[in-house]
Design a protein around this ligand. Structure first.
Ligand SMILES: *[C@@H]1O[C@H](CO)[C@@H](O)[C@H](O)[C@H]1NC(C)=O
Ligand SMILES: *[C@@H]1O[C@H](CO)[C@@H](O)[C@H](O)[C@H]1NC(C)=O
Length: 240
């Protein structure tokens, strides 16, 4: 009564017994001999090139996977939610910005050592007016991928910016546009000088997935940012 199936169908019970008794032992014998032959092979010096190739192949696969993963934005919700940068590109002049290629040769890269410039005199020379002509205070910083800086309006200082390092959106208040601002994207291999006159809002967003944006902000008056001299969170779409 313990197993009624075994009684009613004896063929069913015999086949599994054959399977478990014969096949596994046959199987493990060949496996074992193959394994010991493999062990012997790997002990010999001429197996070294093969081992090295396997190691290199695994390293290559690992690096490939790692590279593909890092192509996706580390913070996709921030970079995609805010805005589409491609549909919103204005003229550099409307955003008070001038840009240079970091490659050699260019206006800012005169030899192979790299680029060097004076943002205040560049702004003056290129006719983008309204920035700081002297630096009473200087802010130097990094914006990580997906990060936002600014989105504020200072009423008591003019500002001149230097921006480089990553694909970065620069937005400047401009009443000549229905939307109220001009917006451009600085490329990852460009250096840009931008000016924001006293009373105009500005914002910077790093659109890059891996690289950091670096900024230098020169202000012509030392101010403690507070609600009496500045407006904060000017554009709501940047904060969402
Ligand atoms: C800012 O620039 C304007 C001219 O563009 C100038 O009149 C003013 O003194 C500058 N500095 C401050 C702190 O507003
Ligand atoms: C805001 O900062 C300015 C200096 O830029 C200072 O004179 C003023 O007292 C500050 N106001 C408040 C409310 O802290």
């Amino acid at each position: 009564m313990a197993n009624p199936r075994r009684i009613s169908n004896p063929i069913n019970t015999e086949i599994p017994i054959h399977n478990t008794q014969i096949y596994p032992s046959f199987h493990s014998q060949t496996l074992e001999s193959r394994f010991s032959r493999l062990k012997l092979f790997f002990k010999k010096p001429h197996s070294f090139p093969l081992l090295l190739s396997i190691f290199l192949l695994l390293t290559w696969i690992f690096l490939k996977i790692h590279q593909e993963n890092s192509q996706f934005p580390s913070n996709p919700t921030i970079t995609t939610k805010r805005f589409s940068i491609d549909e919103n590109q204005d003229r550099d002049a409307d955003a008070n910005i001038i840009r240079f290629s970091t490659g050699f040769p260019s206006l800012i890269t005169k030899d192979n050592r790299g680029w060097m410039l004076d943002p205040v005199s560049i702004a003056l020379d290129s006719g983008i007016s309204g920035g700081a002509l002297i630096c009473a205070s200087i802010h130097v910083g990094e914006i990580k991928p997906g990060g936002l800086r600014g989105n504020h309006r200072h009423h008591t200082c003019n500002e001149t910016f230097l921006i480089w390092g990553a694909r970065t959106v620069f937005r400047l208040e401009n009443s000549g546009f229905e939307k109220g601002y001009a917006q451009v994207t600085v490329g990852g291999d460009e250096v840009a000088v931008a000016v924001s006159p006293s009373g105009s809002a500005h914002a910077l967003v790093n659109m890059d997935s891996t690289r950091s944006t670096f900024i230098v902000g020169c202000q012509d008056r030392v101010i403690t940012h507070n609600n009496s001299n500045s407006d904060f969170n000017v554009w709501e779409d940047l904060n969402s």
